[in-house]
Structure formats: structure tokens, C-alpha cells
Design a protein around this ligand. Structure first.
Ligand SMILES: N[C@H](CCC[C@H](N)C(=O)O)C(=O)O
Length: 309
């Protein structure tokens, strides 16, 4: 089986092209993802992208995490798909429309001297629930709702001191936090300091917390200024990744809702920077960043992954 290995700000994917030649029927993509993404049994990556035909659109993208679970959205993956389609001449234009499990996503490519250097993706509408503040009176909530803001109006947001959050009682999800849907689930904490211990202790505990029956991605955001955030993400089904596109959208949306950020902000992740823009609560959130092709990887023995017909 041939994969094209790509990454968006260090978030690595193995891409299977089902556009050129139809893929064998009944391929078990979940098992392929779990084996191929595991660096001990395959080329290694954070996720598997499967490209398929979608009538009237440029392609359909399916995304499988490294544990084989299928996800509803992937911002870094969509940027890689945009670059792949352009580089392989499936599109001649500098825009594309991709079908995903969470709806159609529009992409715009920035091409310099024939090279795709950056891709912007409209990542759909964000649903957001700020948890754990005092609820304000009904009128304020009504006014807030009339402005199209989703979730209760921000009362105050806590910037968690590192040790306090590390020692939080995990029988419940530490509050305040912000639950954000970007086609996939996220739980955002604002912190005053990012540390390996915090991410590696709290990340898996929140990912699998009973409060999230489908599990969740977990973001730890340090607000540097109104336009600048340092972010680390423990991804559902993967673990900590170098970058998470939907995670960047979730963190910026939560910061805007809390009144901590402007409508355009930069997310500094360990693997690189992503730009997020969210003009208003009723509009789509936009993610912009790089997409890089690493190379073609051959991997044998996919037959064993064919699902029983
Ligand atoms: N782990 C995520 C899917 C990948 C998202 C991430 N790689 C991105 O760039 O958005 C989930 O289970 O919802």
C-alpha cells in the first residue's frame, strides 16, 4: 500500500489516495490506521487520511486517529489535502471544497512560484459552552444570545495556576473550562504555565473523563497577549501532537468568548504557528497555516486488513 506522508505544523498524516484508483472494497481503515500510525509496526504518524470521490466536490476526506478511531474534523489534515490535490493536479484552481464527516469545508491555497506555501480552511461554525462560571441574570443571557453568542455570557475566566490545576480533584472536570465543538470535541483550560507534567497527567485524564462519553481533545492555552497564545494539545486517540488545527480553533474561540483575545490571533504550538480568525459568533472560524509533503511511503500486507465481506 502506498501512503503519501504529509504534515501540517508538525501534525503528521499518512494519506491514502482513493481518487486516482478506486481502493479495494472493505478495507478496514481503522486497523490500517492503528498499525500504520504506530511507529513500531508501520511508518508512524498521528493519523490516517483517506481521500475518496465526493460527487460535485473536489474530494471527501476521512480522518482516523492513531488508535484507529474515526474523527469528525481535522484542520491540519484539511490543509494537507488541499496541497495534495493541487500538487497532484486534481485541482487547477487555488480553492477547493472538501466533504468531511462534519460538513463541507472550503479551502483557499496560497501558491508562490507553483508551490503551495499556506492553506486557509473555513472550519465551520463553532459551538461553545463556557462551564463553571456564575450564571448571570436571564436578561444578560438573553442579550448575549441576541448577539449570537453561544453558551452563557462570560462572567470571569480563571487562568489556572499550574500546580492548582495539576492537583485538581478529577472526580469532575476542573471548572472553569470551555467545551468547544469544531466538528469534534475539545475541552480548553487557560493556564499560567505550560509543562510536560500538566499535559501528560491531565491530558489523558480529561480525554477519557466520564463527562465526555465520546472522549475529547484537551487544550492547555497560555494567553500571551490579545493576539498571541501558546498552546499544547493532548489529542483524542493520539496523545500530545506537535499541532492540532481544530484545537487551535477551539482555544482561540474560547479566548475570544472570554474577552481575552481579539478576533484574529496566532497560536504558537510546538510544531509551528497557526492563525485563527473568528469574525463573530455566527460566522465560520478560519484556520490558516502550512502544509508540507514529506514523501511517498510503501507499506506491505494491507490484505490482512480487508474487512470480512
Ligand atoms: N484527534 C482529533 C482528530 C484530529 C484533529 C487534529 N489533528 C487537527 O488538526 O484538527 C479527534 O479525535 O477529534
Amino acid at each position: 500500500m502506498l501512503f503519501t506522508k504529509m504534515h501540517g505544523a508538525g501534525n503528521e498524516f499518512l494519506l491514502i489516495d482513493g481518487l486516482d484508483l478506486p481502493l479495494p472494497p472493505h478495507l478496514d481503515f481503522a486497523s490500517i490506521a492503528a498499525r500504520a500510525c504506530d511507529r513500531s509496526t508501520g511508518p508512524g504518524a498521528d493519523g490516517l487520511i483517506v481521500l475518496e470521490h465526493a460527487s460535485g466536490l473536489d474530494a471527501r476526506m476521512r480522518i482516523f486517529n492513531a488508535d484507529g478511531s474515526e474523527a469528525g474534523a481535522c484542520g491540519n489534515g484539511l490543509r494537507c489535502v488541499g496541497k495534495y490535490l493541487y500538487d497532484h493536479k486534481y485541482i487547477r484552481r487555488k480553492d477547493a471544497t472538501i466533504a468531511t464527516a462534519s460538513g463541507k469545508r472550503e479551502l483557499t491555497l496560497e501558491v508562490v512560484a507553483g508551490e503551495v506555501v499556506s492553506v486557509s480552511v473555513w472550519m465551520g461554525n463553532v459551538r461553545l459552552e463556557a462551564r463553571g462560571e456564575r450564571r448571570e441574570d436571564k436578561n444578560t443571557q438573553a442579550r448575549s444570545a441576541s448577539k449570537g453568542l453561544q453558551g452563557p455570557p462570560p462572567d470571569r475566566y480563571k487562568i489556572w495556576p499550574l500546580q492548582e490545576l495539576r492537583q485538581a480533584d478529577l472526580s469532575v472536570v476542573p471548572q472553569p473550562s470551555t467545551v468547544v465543538q469544531v466538528g469534534n470535541p475539545h475541552c480548553v483550560f487557560f493556564v499560567d504555565e505550560l509543562s510536560d507534567e500538566l499535559i501528560h497527567e491531565l491530558g489523558p485524564a480529561i480525554e477519557t473523563h466520564p463527562a465526555f462519553p465520546d472522549r475529547t481533545n484537551v487544550e492547555f492555552a497560555r494567553i500571551n497577549s490579545r493576539t498571541d497564545v501558546a498552546l499544547r494539545v493532548w489529542e483524542r486517540g493520539v496523545g500530545e501532537t506537535a499541532a492540532c488545527g481544530t484545537g487551535a480553533c477551539a482555544a482561540i474561540a474560547a479566548g475570544i468568548h472570554a474577552g481575552l483575545l481579539n478576533r484574529d490571533a496566532t497560536c504558537h504550538l510546538p510544531g509551528g504557528d497557526l492563525q485563527v480568525s473568528w469574525i463573530n459568533a455566527g460566522s465560520q472560524i478560519r484556520l490558516t497555516g502550512p502544509a508540507v509533503t514529506v514523501g511517498v511511503v510503501a507499506w506491505e500486507q494491507p490484505d490482512q486488513f480487508a474487512k470480512a465481506a
